[in-house]
Ligand binder design. Sequence first.
Ligand code: ACM
Length: 675
Amino acid sequence: MFHTAVLALLPLMPWPAQITVGQAVVPITNQFSISMQGVGASDDRVRAAVVRTFSRLSRQTGVPMFPTVVKSGGTLEIVVESRDHKGPQRLGDDERYSLEVRDGRVRLSADAPLGVLRGLETFLQSVTQNTSGMPGFSVPEFTVHDGPRYPWRGLSLDVSRHFVPTDDVKRTLDGMAAVKLNVFHWHLSDDQGFRVESKRFPRLQAYGSDGLFYTQAEIRDVVAYARARGIRVVPEFDMPGHAASWTPGYPNLATTSGPHEILRGFGITEAVLDPTKESTYRFIDGLVGEMSKLFPDEFFHIGGDEVNPKQWNQSGKIQAFMRKHHLANSEGLQAYFNGRLLKILTKHGKQMEGWDEVLNPDLPKSVVIQSWRGQESLWQAAAEGYRTLLSAGYYLDLMQPASQHYAIDPLVLPPARAERLQKQNKPIPPPPTPATERNILGGEAAMWEELATAENLDSRLWPRLAAIAERFWSPQSVTDVHSMYERLAMTNGWLEWLGLTQRSNLELMRQRLAGGERSPALDAFASALEPVKGYGRHAGRYLTSTPLNRLVDAIPPESDAARAFNNDVDAFVASDRSQPAKLIEKLSFWQAQTEAVLPLLQSRSLLNDAAPAAQTLLNVCRYGQMILRHETVDSAAASAALTQAETSESDLLVAIAPGIRRLIEAPAVSASNRQ
Ligand code: ACM
């Protein structure tokens, strides 16, 4: 029998706007059927989603099912009030739905087809294995009235730094739809690669992609796949910076005479398009015209970030152009460029979007501003009347824990950021007013691909992206981190029923590193580690040709085992410290497994560079156990070991070090253990 305790365990993510949970359950059997009513029932997206629901449900439960659609009285009764509008999905399309599970039936109702798609995901998430009584699966009785907090909930995926083939993109779209994200922002060009076939300018992909690009047929296929799942596709062609892949094929676009080559490393280049030539705008007009037909969404992203003005500043011709047009500086020149772009986009029926560097007093208010630099520019743009999106704080490539992204809210200045502004004597910006708040459309997670490939992409996205999706969909008051992690763990499991590979591919990668056989010792050692955070790994050593096949590439961004250990330490330190056994047991396990894996680390060349991290982990485990056993500890040596553990070695961090540091530094222990 379910009772209110089940509420916390319902693996719904994002959490619905309103939910009440009843007492009984509706079993899922091989008699399961779906009925559809209302004028929207014939909608192509609804019908396709219904077919997918049968196969997913069957896969998830093991119950054989024919896709039985009946006129009325199905186990799942879908009522859709209206048909879809013509043309592509639009920003703000109605996504609300109600889901009522009662009296042996599930009733899903929505005003529009998109609401049905969202509601079906909630239904599928709520199907859980029975814990007692009858075997099999059921849906708990509950009533959900749900709709999104924000209309724009996206993922920006960089396919330039490392190409991501269409199957991997589609798998990502499956996951996005499952957590109700609705915008796939496709970062299609950057310094390292131009990834779309242009028929009009074929030297773009011929000279700018190393042969790794999407054909136009593939693009259409992905756009249709996304649409079927209620996801808009917004293309980004980053310019005038981040465009070094355009000029090997079309050197005339460049500010300098060359040589022009796609970038093999990472970071900000000096290469920048020449915004003073009419031929540049004719080219962009041609490209935007072609791409506008390929990408039916009303929005078109022009990038605009991180323009290095050096080449502009060094060009006499460009300086003369700026004087002639009364452009005071490079920002003014970029604003001129953006103004020209806006005209081109408008001509092709597109609304312009850009990263927050495009903000300029001359920029028309119709442009959507995507803030990657912080709430300040988000709020400033919103206050000035621009529609805005937040991406700062949602960069998945920086390997931060889910909790850190989850804490970021478009309407709240993160405390660390406020502190930094204060230190720099910069003003703390005023938060949006109810009127300007409406200009905040939502946000996008961003996955930059300098240090990820299609092989480990899923592990860089999932499950953390689900926590960010909840931030964009659920009411602002949904902030309980404990509940988030509980549901995230379950989400992590069922995402794999969709075919996502966030765990399986990392296991495979570690198995390869171990020589072809799975090594439990390597897995245990790896479970105490995390990749270095932030931009610590980006600097210098990596090229696009560097294989991303080391241990750091084969572990998740966040270690669940280390987080659990660190939480256990917190509970231990906060209590009377009378139960050290569990902590000692974990540390001695890690110690034994790490000792066992040392020969492997030393003998396999691809694992050699992880050996120092193993030594550091061993030290940390030993000090931790000594403290817990009340043995005398040389606190200077222990502190040095911890500092080492918190410093990256081969890009690896010992993720249990913060817990051990708290054991050492918490007053009661230090009083009895300090020499
Ligand atoms: C960005 O991270 N340069 C948008």
